[in-house]
Design a protein. Structure first.
Length: 310
């Protein structure tokens, strides 16, 4: 038998051929079951014996029977093949059945304001899928962190060949305010009116920050305002805006839930800034498991519904 420190280097098809001969009693029946010729099965068994360095089958002109070593190897081999077949079935099922564990990462903005509702509705539909949601603005390496899907905000440009990155949604950034703020400060009716209001901006818009907007009809405009408040992420901008601290410049998808429950209302709704796209980034070169593919599609449809509601 193979020494404990050695590694089996033979072909699994040779092991299957030997087990088939033992299970069915003859080389002829094993060949029929496996769809091969008798000569092919015999060569496979001989190659396996050479690899192991033992005789597995006692051969006579009229019959073959397993040796003592052959019976011992057959018992272990059958057990190992059953485990391997189970693993293969599990791997194949992953392509079609939504089950298993899913690791998703996204930005703070989307992770806090958008993803909870989408994750909850996905889990209600596919309870056999468990989810890790990694919320961070750091771009985590997918392979190193075993991440199945990264929902990333960015430009309309594609990713490099190491990733697949279909667009889930085009983002627009609008102006929003709490009803109480507008009741006390008045509602702007033109872009120029914004100069008299407290503006809440996010991220890189520091100091005197030009905000470019368009009305979808070909008109372009911009406001240059020193913001009353700044925050590192849109989730915080949203909370400040809901609290009545000013007019927030917020992605429509991030503001969607607050708009739906009446906590915010649009300001100058015809005007908005382009905010790039949201992409579903995954490693290229392999078929996506069903749980990843279905979650990606669920997010796409959920975002489309949010845009319609807004």
């Amino acid at each position: 038998m193979v020494a404990g420190s050695e590694t089996f280097r033979g072909a699994l098809s040779d092991v299957r051929a030997f087990c088939a001969v033992v299970d069915h009693g003859t080389v002829t029946q094993a060949a029929e079951i496996l769809g091969e010729t008798k000569g092919s099965i015999s060569r496979r068994v001989s190659r396996l014996e050479q690899e192991l360095g033992v005789t597995l089958l006692a051969r006579t002109p009229r019959a073959v029977s397993p040796t003592v070593e052959g019976l011992a190897f057959h018992a272990k081999a059958q057990e190992s093949l059953a485990l391997l077949d189970g693993a293969l079935e599990t791997a194949r099922d992953a392509r079609t059945l939504p089950r298993g564990h899913l690791r998703v990462t996204t930005s703070i903005d989307f992770g806090i304001e958008v993803m909870p509702e989408l994750v909850a509705s996905f889990r209600a539909r596919y309870p056999q899928v468990t989810i890790d949601l990694l919320i961070t603005d750091t771009r985590l390496d997918l392979a190193a962190n075993r991440i199945d899907l990264a929902l990333r905000l960015g430009s309309g440009e594609g990713q490099d060949g190491g990733y697949r990155a279909p667009v889930l949604a085009n983002l627009m950034i609008g102006l929003y305010a709490a009803p109480a703020y507008l009741a006390s400060r008045g509602t702007p009716t033109t872009l120029d009116d914004l100069a008299g209001h407290d503006l809440i901006l996010s991220r890189e818009r520091l100091g005197s920050a030009p905000v470019r907007l368009s009305d979808g009809q070909g008109r372009e405009g911009h406001i240059t305002a020193r913001p009353a408040l700044r925050a590192t992420d849109y989730a915080t901008v949203l909370r400040l805006t809901r609290a009545g601290a000013g007019i927030g410049h917020i992605p429509s998808l991030v503001a969607a839930r607050a708009l739906k429950d009446g906590a915010l209302v649009p300001v100058l709704p015809d005007w908005a800034s382009r905010g790039g796209v949201l992409r579903a980034v995954s490693l290229a070169g392999r078929e996506l498991p069903a749980r990843v593919r279905l979650f990606r599609d669920h997010v796409r449809l959920g975002l489309a519904a949010m845009r319609e509601d807004a």
